[in-house]
Every structure is written in structure tokens, then in C-alpha cells.
Design a binder for this molecule. Structure first.
Ligand code: ACM
Ligand code: ZN
Length: 549
């Protein structure tokens, strides 16, 4: 009997679930934490290790879920999470302390792991950092009995409050699971805002109960996916939309990852899908269709008719019920004034409101929507065109046509999010050699250039206070597949994240980032995320060539 149990024990020790997975060789964390001190020794993480919650906050469960999601495949079961009054030896102890809400410390010692955070978000970020301390084999889901973690002391907090990623689901539709994967990628990079571009000329993507034609007509274009090659249109209707239940599910999913979803409902331009659904919303009142082809369209909402504002107020009333975000994005970009110049209703509005021109009419439009949203306790973000014709004192500007609009807005005392095409447009080609690349919209935006974004450039200390943060944008004219989306996002989103999180860290530099990214890229591989694998070497070659000139 004794011999049989001994044999069984040996067999268990030898089986793959008893395997010890060695600690990572170097501690490479992206974005760069404020301080990292590595020492000798390891903590042995086992399936019997307990997570001890020392503070009573149900949102700490999001950190428990994240950690268990990371370990699930290796251990085959979740770690037990318990409430405790005192830190426990050999456990992962998580407690809330008097740090800032997103700030944390993470201590890994042979005797145990201690996480202290100012709020549940900080604890979540500590676990995201812990993810990067796990051996890559664990990210690949290898079975383990013991996972070694390196002894390390980390202290960390984000520099910018707003660290965002935008996904355009108007040009190409990404379903609920695909949007959730986008959110997972934001969370992995400790980004905290998901800007969801929901309405476009080529498709209306959110259910509005009061206006069913937005879903019947506006959500579908007559033809076609158009990606990857816009030159070869097919004749297959293309589209889709998110039901309000699906929107709620996505908002909840993001919230569990400490990501606020900011919906964008475009106005007064990029409105063809809405006009196609309700023809009276346009100046002419007829002849509108959902657009098949990209570009800036002259058909925009009529700014003269009261019915336009009634429609948009109804739409926004449903939107604010779905999104708890303080900010609602109202677009404001690329609104040609051609129709307004010809429209008797718009011209009457200009006269009656004593406006100087159509630019002031746009400002009237945006400010009227801003007042409506303010009445619902919300604030607006608009693209930098909202500066034209007069900016309200309370609007937040998203600077995309360079940083100039953002600089002007900050000098006026308006809040700003920096997302210039020069550094943040992730639909641009990541390399110069585009022959074998997945299609980009054009341009050339290597990771090195993204990394060099300086959101404070051109601003004095007083003005810098108005810079809320940074954002990477993924427009999808030429991107219809998740793999393509991820390829364009990664690793450039990591560079945005490092600017957003570690802007003031004196040790931050691109070569070190690149070294740390080598390990993060292995984690992308493990997660199955496509990314620009060759980007680093080509980028180096370009840099060397530039230096030699
Ligand atoms: C934009 O890229 N049109 C904001
Ligand atoms: Zn009009």
C-alpha cells in the first residue's frame, strides 16, 4: 500500500501540472513604472496561494477576476479569495491605502505579495503589472504546479488622467466580442478611456428606440465592405448595429476593467446615415442615402430646422441613459458649409441669431447641444474644429489636426486631449516599406514617432494644467478584420500608453522601451494578437539612415 501511494505521489510530481515554471529573466514592464527595484529570490505562486482582501470594496473583485483569468489555464482552477483583517504570510494581500485612486505599490517577496492601492483601479493596475511578472509560459497557458515570480518592489502612478483609445465602428463594424477584445487590449496597457465612434456617413451603429429607421436604414450601406481594397466595390449590403442591451454589456465589461466608455455621436457633419434614415434632417429634405465611399460629405444636419435639434436631443437622451461617462463626444469635425449656405432655414437661423457666418452657425449648433447635455449633467468633447466660430468656455477639445488646436484651447483655459495625426493616428502605415503591409490609410507613423509625442510642447506650466491626456485613434476605412486592427494598434498603442502613464519619468527613453517591448511582444503572441513584428528593425534602419544624412 505504502509503495503504491509513493508511486502515485511521484507520478503526480512528475506530471505537467506539478511543473515549476522558472521566473522571467528580466523585469520588463510597459508602461514604465515610476520605480522598480529587483532583488534576489522568488515567490512561489501555487494553486493553494490565497488572495487576501484586506479592504471591504466589492470592486476589488475585478482585480481578483483579472488575476484568476491570467492563472486559470496554468492552475486549472481559480485561487481562493478571502476577506482578512491582517496580511497573511504566503498570500497575495490586497489593501486600499491613502494613495491616489489609480496609484499602487506592488511588493513581491519570498514570504508573500503585497499590493497597496489608492482605489480599486490602482489594485487592478497592480495586477496588470503582475501579469508582466508572470513567465510568458503562463501567458501561453502552460500547466504549472509552481510559478516563480521575481522579488521586486514597484511603485507606480499614471501621469495623465485621460489615457484613451478610439475605435471607429462606423466605417467597419466590429461585433461585441471584437469590441471586448479591443477593451482587453486597452486594459492590458493600463488605458482608461474607450472612445467609441458610433455614428458615421457609412453607418449608424447604436440602437435608438425612438427612431427605428436608424437601425433599419442607417445601419446598412447598399454596398460594401470595401476593405481592404476600396477600388473593387462589391454589391453586398454591409452593416450592423449594437442593441442597447449590447451597449450596456460593453459599458459594464469596460467598467470592470476601469475603462470609461465615451460614446461619439457625430454632429453636425458625418451624418449621412442619419439623414438617409430621416430625410427631413438634411437641408434639402430628400435624396440622402447611407454612403458607400469614404471621405468628407457635404450632406450634414440642417442647422436651421428645430426638428433637427429635437431629433438629436432625443438621441442624446437615450445615449446618456446608456453611458455613465461624464463626457459625451459630439464630433464636430469635417462639416462642410456648402448646404448651409444654400439653405433658407439655415440662413434664417444665421439672421435671427445674429451670427456672422456658417462657422458661427456651427458654433451655435455645438453650443446648443452642449447646453442640452449640461442640463443632463454631462460635458462635451469635440474635435478641434469646434474652435472655429467660437468655443464655449466649458468644452473639451480633442486636438487631431496637429497639436495647434489643443494649444490654442489650453491657452484659452479649455481642457484638451492630445491626439494629433502626426503621432496618434494608428491607421497610418507603421513602416515606410508598404508593399507587403496590411493596408493603411496612407502616411507613415512608426512607433518611434508615436513615442516622441510631447503633449505639453508649446505650453507653459499654467497652460499644461489643461492637458487631460492622450489618445490613440483607430479609424477603420481600410480595416475590417480584428487581426488587421490589432496589427495597426500594436505595438504603437503601447507607446501611447507609456506617454500617458510615464510622461514625467526621467528614465523613460525609446531604446529602453523597445527592449521592454520585446517581452511584451511575446505576451501579444501568447494572446494571439497580431502586431508589427518587423517594426523595430525597420525603425532602427530608418533611424540609422536619418543619422547618417
Ligand atoms: C478626424 O480624424 N476626422 C477627427
Ligand atoms: Zn439647413
Amino acid at each position: 500500500m505504502k509503495n503504491i501511494s509513493l508511486a502515485l505521489c511521484c507520478a503526480l510530481l512528475l506530471c505537467s501540472c506539478g511543473k515549476r515554471i522558472a521566473k522571467i529573466e528580466t523585469v520588463d514592464i510597459v508602461p514604465l513604472p515610476a520605480s522598480v527595484q529587483v532583488s534576489d529570490g522568488v515567490f512561489d505562486l501555487k494553486k493553494s496561494t490565497r488572495i487576501c482582501l484586506l479592504s471591504d470594496d466589492s470592486m476589488l473583485n475585478y482585480s481578483v477576476n483579472l488575476l484568476n483569468g491570467l492563472l486559470d489555464k496554468s492552475f486549472g482552477k481559480p485561487l481562493a479569495a478571502v476577506r482578512a483583517d491582517e496580511p497573511q504570510a504566503g498570500a497575495i494581500n490586497i489593501r486600499l491605502s491613502d494613495l491616489a485612486p489609480e496609484e499602487y505599490t506592488l511588493s513581491v517577496k519570498p514570504e508573500g505579495i503585497d499590493i497597496a492601492a489608492g482605489g480599486p483601479a490602482g489594485a487592478f493596475y497592480a495586477v496588470e503589472t503582475l501579469r508582466q511578472l508572470l513567465p510568458v509560459a503562463v501567458a501561453r497557458g502552460e500547466r504549472a504546479g509552481v510559478i516563480e515570480l521575481p522579488a521586486v518592489e514597484i511603485a507606480d502612478k499614471p501621469f495623465f488622467a485621460y489615457r484613451g483609445g478610439m475605435l471607429d465602428v462606423g466605417r467597419h463594424f466590429f461585433d461585441v466580442d471584437e469590441v471586448k477584445t479591443f477593451i482587453d487590449i486597452l486594459a492590458m496597457h493600463k488605458l482608461n478611456r474607450f472612445h467609441w465612434h458610433l455614428t458615421e456617413d457609412q453607418g449608424w451603429r447604436i440602437e435608438i428606440k425612438k427612431y427605428p429607421e436608424l437601425m433599419n436604414t442607417g445601419a446598412f450601406r447598399p454596398c460594401c465592405s470595401l476593405a481592404p481594397d476600396a477600388q473593387q466595390p462589391d454589391s453586398v449590403p454591409y452593416g450592423g448595429y449594437f442593441t442597447q442591451d449590447q451597449v450596456r454589456d460593453i459599458v459594464r465589461y469596460a467598467g470592470e476593467r476601469f475603462i470609461t466608455v465615451i460614446p461619439e455621436i457625430e454632429l453636425p457633419g458625418h451624418a449621412s446615415a442619419a439623414l438617409a434614415s430621416y430625410q427631413q434632417l438634411g437641408c434639402k429634405g430628400e435624396g440622402y442615402g447611407v454612403e458607400n465611399i469614404w471621405g468628407v460629405k457635404e450632406n450634414v444636419y440642417c442647422a436651421g430646422k428645430e426638428s433637427t435639434f429635437e431629433f438629436l436631443e432625443d438621441v442624446l437622451s437615450e445615449v446618456v441613459e446608456l453611458f455613465p461617462s461624464e463626457y459625451i463626444h459630439i464630433g464636430g469635425d469635417e462639416c462642410p458649409k456648402t448646404r448651409w449656405k444654400e439653405c433658407p432655414y439655415c440662413q434664417k437661423r444665421i439672421r435671427e441669431e445674429k451670427l456672422k457666418d456658417e462657422h458661427e452657425l456651427q458654433s451655435y449648433f455645438v453650443q446648443r447641444m452642449e447646453k442640452f447635455l449640461a442640463g443632463k449633467g454631462r460635458r462635451i468633447i469635440g474635435w478641434d474644429e469646434i474652435l472655429e466660430g467660437g468655443l464655449s468656455e466649458t468644452a473639451t477639445v480633442m486636438s487631431w489636426r496637429g497639436t495647434e488646436g489643443g494649444i490654442a484651447a489650453a491657452k484659452m483655459g479649455n481642457q484638451v486631449i492630445m491626439t494629433p495625426t502626426t503621432h496618434c493616428y494608428l491607421d497610418y502605415y507603421p513602416t515606410k516599406n508598404t508593399e507587403n503591409e496590411p493596408q493603411g490609410i496612407g502616411g507613415y507613423l512608426p512607433a518611434r514617432q508615436v513615442y516622441s509625442l510631447d503633449p505639453y510642447a508649446g505650453l507653459n506650466a499654467d497652460e499644461q494644467k489643461y492637458i487631460l491626456g492622450v489618445q490613440g485613434n483607430l479609424w477603420t476605412e481600410f480595416i475590417s478584420e480584428p487581426d488587421h486592427a490589432h496589427y495597426m494598434l500594436l505595438p504603437r498603442l503601447a507607446a501611447i500608453s507609456e506617454v500617458g502613464w510615464s510622461y514625467d519619468n526621467e528614465d523613460r527613453n525609446y531604446d529602453d522601451f523597445k527592449k521592454r517591448m520585446t517581452t511584451l511582444a511575446e505576451r501579444y503572441d501568447a494572446a494571439g494578437y497580431a502586431y508589427g513584428k518587423h517594426m523595430w528593425t525597420e525603425d532602427d534602419a530608418a533611424q540609422t539612415a536619418a543619422q547618417q544624412q
